[in-house]
Write a protein that binds this ligand. Structure first.
Ligand code: GDP
Length: 409
């Protein structure tokens, strides 16, 4: 056998092996890109088969479907040029992608979920304020009610002072007037003028990149899945990055969220380098020209410097591809002040641009929104109001205050 024949046979064997590996993956119907190893030479990627164009209505807007077959996949390296145009995969036979509802108006629909806060904060305040003459004891009760709902000392003082100046009005107010007044005062301490827009849009021809950080158990991975649905519901195309490589379950969970709405998930091997996964997710998003890449990160609260190193590295590596347009910190509303202490560790490690408060449906302390914003100086942009797939809503101060008071439902 000549050297040339030998080389040709070797190439043929490699090609057959590649095709076999890919068909195995496609056969399982995964819409996932896996990094089989860290970002070192020899790494290979397997990608899902580009689909025949799915029905227009089922395809996330903005994504393109090439249907060109598989291109060979480059090893992960910051310099690697875009290899293929990546469309979203088609649904499994017999299944259709879900079309989530748009985000607008979600909070109004979901605000009755604040029932626990409503009964202790809203009803508590309305009962006291409806009394004919308010004594010092009554005002103390108002103060205690606000503090018990985690509104925080400064905002409580502000609300009580403003209500006291309106005691003449209170004395003659109808229940509806009282409600309206309370909604107005609560809205005022919820930062109605803060900019809560999510940085998810494409920027200079590249996808917006959202990093999602927070401690384990806060609801981070669930929130990334819900954000993907919000974005798809709003007509955007999305790639997810499962950079929480320390929990295999987190990547599985994310993949399932993505599959339901036809969104591709990039994941690595368990214990692999989170920054490699984040890098590859963003690279995939750049190639596929999607609107937004959302990256789930590991939530281990180890040492502060370890966290800083890890998040810093992820951000640096990602920004070789596309600027990070939003860093969301996920906080569990039921953890109260403890959650705020943990949050500080993250805000010192990375430049957080927005807070997502989860589990507001499970707490009587809805006032935590006020103290989180005041103590961290960062706007709450999204709130979680349940475990359902679409129970995440853009935060709107007035609708939220109405939810707390129980007005309009
Ligand atoms: P992670 O460890 O931070 O990634 O947390 P997960 O995303 O795995 O969520 C932890 C638990 O919190 C899961 O059981 C979620 O269903 C639950 N969860 C997340 N968000 C909410 C919410 O807004 N309300 C309620 N009631 N549960 C939530």
């Amino acid at each position: 056998m000549t050297a040339m024949e030998f080389v040709l046979i070797a190439i043929a064997i490699v090609l057959v092996a590649l095709v076999a590996g890919v068909s195995l993956l496609v056969g399982r119907g995964r819409r996932t890109t896996r990094l089989d190893d860290d970002a070192v030479s020899g790494t290979t990627l397997t990608r899902p088969r580009p689909p025949a164009a799915p029905p227009e209505t089922d395809r996330p807007a903005g994504a393109t479907a090439s249907g060109q077959g598989l291109a060979p996949v480059e090893p992960v390296s910051p310099e690697a040029p875009p290899a293929v145009e990546l469309p979203p995969a088609e649904p499994e036979p017999g299944l259709a992608f879900e079309t989530p509802p748009p985000s607008a108006g979600r909070l109004v629909r979901l605000r009755s979920r604040l029932a626990r806060s409503q009964s202790s904060l809203g009803r508590g305040l309305l009962t006291v304020l409806a009394r004919e003459r308010l004594t010092e004891d009554d005002w103390e009760e108002v103060e205690e009610t606000l503090l018990a709902a985690d509104v925080g000392v400064a905002a409580t003082t502000q609300i009580v002072e403003r209500l006291r100046t309106q005691s003449m009005v209170l004395a003659t107010a109808t229940p509806a007037d009282l409600r309206a007044l309370l909604v107005r005062e609560l809205t005022a301490v919820l930062g109605p003028d803060l900019d809560r827009r999510l940085g998810t849009d494409r920027h200079e021809g590249r996808p917006g990149v959202v990093l999602v950080v927070g401690v384990n158990g806060a609801g981070k991975t669930t929130t990334v899945g819900k954000i993907a649905r919000v974005l798809v519901g709003d007509g955007k195309s999305v790639v997810l990055g499962a950079a929480d490589t320390f929990r295999a379950a987190a990547a599985d969970q994310l993949e399932t969220w993505g599959e339901r709405v036809g969104v591709l998930t990039v994941r690595g091997r368990e214990g692999g380098d989170p920054a490699s996964v984040a890098f590859e997710a963003v690279r995939t998003g750049v190639e596929a020209e999607v609107d937004t890449v959302v990256v789930d990160t590991a939530g281990r609260l180890h040492t502060k410097s370890g966290l800083m190193d890890e998040l810093g590295k992820i951000k640096r590596v990602v920004e070789k591809q596309s600027p990070v347009t939003e860093v969301l910190l996920v906080l569990d509303a039921t953890t109260g002040q403890n959650g705020i202490v943990q949050a500080r560790v993250f805000t010192q490690a990375v430049d957080v641009t927005g807070v997502v408060l989860t589990k507001l449906d499970g707490t009587a302390k809805g006032g935590i929104v006020v103290s989180v914003q005041r103590e961290l100086g960062i706007p709450v942009k999204l709130i979680g109001l349940g475990e359902g797939a679409d129970d995440l809503a853009p935060f709107e101060p007035e609708a939220f205050a109405e939810g707390l008071v129980g007005a309009g439902d």
